[in-house]
Design a protein around this ligand. Structure first.
Ligand code: PHE
Length: 379
């Protein structure tokens, strides 16, 4: 009896040791994003991009002889939940690096935690400049909003020949407030006038009071640097109020849900973005094909940016030849001319990536490529 029991205990201990030993054979990466909530397509499509990158790397034999495993946390689109998610990923799951978030406010909540723990964080698509200022472990693979604001200012003033713009911003959203300010600054420098400035908060469903105020201001366009759910609703309400001028925005509009929510009201509207599925580049086209075959829809910008963020991390791990987060951090910082799906990534001294932006027009209920816009070399 005794010996029998002892052997069972021994077997259990044996399993425990070897079971755990086996687990150490994988590389654990954390991912946090809004898989649910008002910006659910941000998290879902980033995740799809990241999963495609993981599949690819594991098919090639993994990294440093180990399989890559991504542990995904849903933050429901809430900054407090984003902070909780990265704490769990770092302290409980012991991930060696973190991918996320899309939205700047959520990245801003998580970045200080990653910085403090010295765990590298790469945001695929948070564009507010403050994000990477949180410390030397925080990176992004996309452009920043001072550039995006300048792009939309130049496009509106020079290409659309619009000289008077009103602004409608999401006051609780760091991205929206920042982008509104950068746009206004550059637009005024070009000679444009800001004739009205109103605000709303994420989750609002009635924008008629603000729109009515703006209607009296004789603007020729309204700049709305918000996220797709509110944008879709407010554009419809603008048309119902008889506001026919173009409504323009930034990357936060990008979602397969935008046109579903906004419908015909969006015709003739413009926004800036990170990539276009119309780009003839073979790298982009093969990604679009693979994504469509897998998920039955065109990838928005989140998917390629999620893919690129993961690949930049994987390449850095390869070069580091180590899972030491400090060494991986140093290699991420050295990323040069990485051929991403959403453009080439070179990490600069501020841990940002300088890239061109694309202008999208909504036409026949589709997101159509208009042109590329590049950083202006200011002399
Ligand atoms: N740039 C936005 C932010 O910082 C997030 C975003 C990126 C949304 C790309 C849509 C597409 O909050």
């Amino acid at each position: 009896m005794f010996w029998q029991r002892l052997s069972v205990i021994m077997a259990a201990i044996f399993l425990l040791i070897f079971g755990c030993g086996k687990k150490e054979d994988v590389i654990k990466i954390g991912e946090f994003g809004s898989l649910t909530g008002l910006t659910a397509t941000f998290g879902i499509n980033t995740d799809r991009g990241i999963q495609m990158a993981v599949e690819k790397i594991n098919q090639e034999g993994g990294l440093l002889g180990k399989k890559v495993v991504v542990i995904v946390e849903d933050d429901q689109g809430k900054p407090e939940e984003a902070a909780t998610a990265v704490k769990k990923l770092i302290n409980q799951d012991k991930v060696i690096a973190v991918l996320g978030e899309v939205a700047s406010s959520r990245s801003l909540a998580a970045a200080p935690i990653c910085q403090e723990a010295k765990i590298p964080m790469i945001t695929p698509s948070s564009t507010n400049p403050e994000v990477t200022r949180k410390g030397d472990y925080i990176f992004r693979v996309c452009f920043i909003d001072p550039f995006q604001g300048d792009v939309m200012a130049r496009f509106t003033y020079n290409d659309l020949k619009i000289k008077k713009v009103a602004i409608l911003r999401d006051i609780k959203n760091d991205y929206s407030v920042g982008l509104a300010n950068y746009f206004a600054e550059d637009y005024k420098k070009l000679g444009g006038q800001i004739v009205g400035d109103e605000s709303y908060s994420e989750g609002d469903i009635d924008f008629r009071a603000q729109l009515t105020n703006l209607k009296s201001k004789k603007a020729e366009a309204i700049f709305v640097p918000g996220y797709y759910t509110e944008v879709g609703l407010l554009v419809r309400q603008a048309r119902d109020l008889g506001i026919r001028i173009p409504i323009i925005g930034g990357d936060g509009w990008d979602s397969p849900k935008l046109i579903e929510i906004g419908g015909k009201a969006l015709e003739g509207c413009y926004y800036s973005n990170h990539y276009s599925p119309d780009d003839p580049d073979p790298l982009v086209q093969s990604f679009v094909l693979e994504f469509k075959a897998k998920y039955g829809e065109l990838p928005d910008a989140m998917a390629p940016l999620g893919y690129d963020a993961a690949m930049v991390l994987f390449e850095a791990i390869k070069r580091a030849g180590s899972l030491d987060p400090a060494k991986v951090r140093d290699e991420i910082a050295k990323t040069k001319e990485f051929s991403g799906i959403a453009g080439k990534v070179t990490i600069d001294s501020l841990r940002n990536a300088e890239k061109p932006a694309v202008i999208i027009k909504i036409e026949n209920q589709q997101q159509k490529f208009v042109k590329w816009m590049y950083p202006e070399k200011k002399s």
